[in-house]
Structures are given as C-alpha cells and as structure tokens.
Design a protein around this ligand. Structure first.
Ligand SMILES: [Zn+2]
Length: 80
C-alpha cells in the first residue's frame, strides 16, 4: 500500500510533496524496477534520495519489492 504524505523531512529540511505521489523505497537490487514502476504508475520520473537522508521515522523504509531495508527513496517534490 502506498503511503501518501504531504511533506517529509529530508536531511533536516521539510520538503513538500506533490499531491497524489507516494514515497516509496527500494533496495539497490530493485532500484531499476522501482524507477520503472514509478514512471508506469504515475507517468513521471521520481526524485530520488538516499533512504538515510529521510528523517521521517514514520516512513516505512523497506523495499517495496522484497521487503529488505530500502537504500533509495523515490518521491515527487512539489514544483519539481
Ligand atoms: Zn528489493
């Protein structure tokens, strides 16, 4: 289930997210697949950050594909 958030803290800075675009996480192994899925699902290329840059402790940082700890966050910043 995609988690929708209005904003997320990235490296201590509050970043507003584009409405309707979820924050997803991926391990390195599944990154290419997740990038493809994001583009297919939302018709836009996501912004990517290292998962450890995401401060939000509420975020589920597991890889969407395999459930392993995610390395990369895929999200859509407002106005990007
Ligand atoms: Zn994975």
């Amino acid at each position: 289930m995609d988690k929708m958030m209005e904003s997320i803290r990235i490296e201590g800075k509050e970043v507003e997210l584009q409405a309707g675009y979820p924050v997803r996480f991926s391990c390195m192994e599944h990154l290419e697949q997740e990038l493809d899925d994001y583009v297919n699902d939302f018709e836009t290329a996501p912004d990517t950050y290292p998962a450890q840059a995401i401060d939000d402790s509420a975020a589920d940082k597991r890889c969407r594909v395999c459930g392993e700890p995610g390395q990369i966050a895929l999200l859509k910043e407002k106005g990007m």
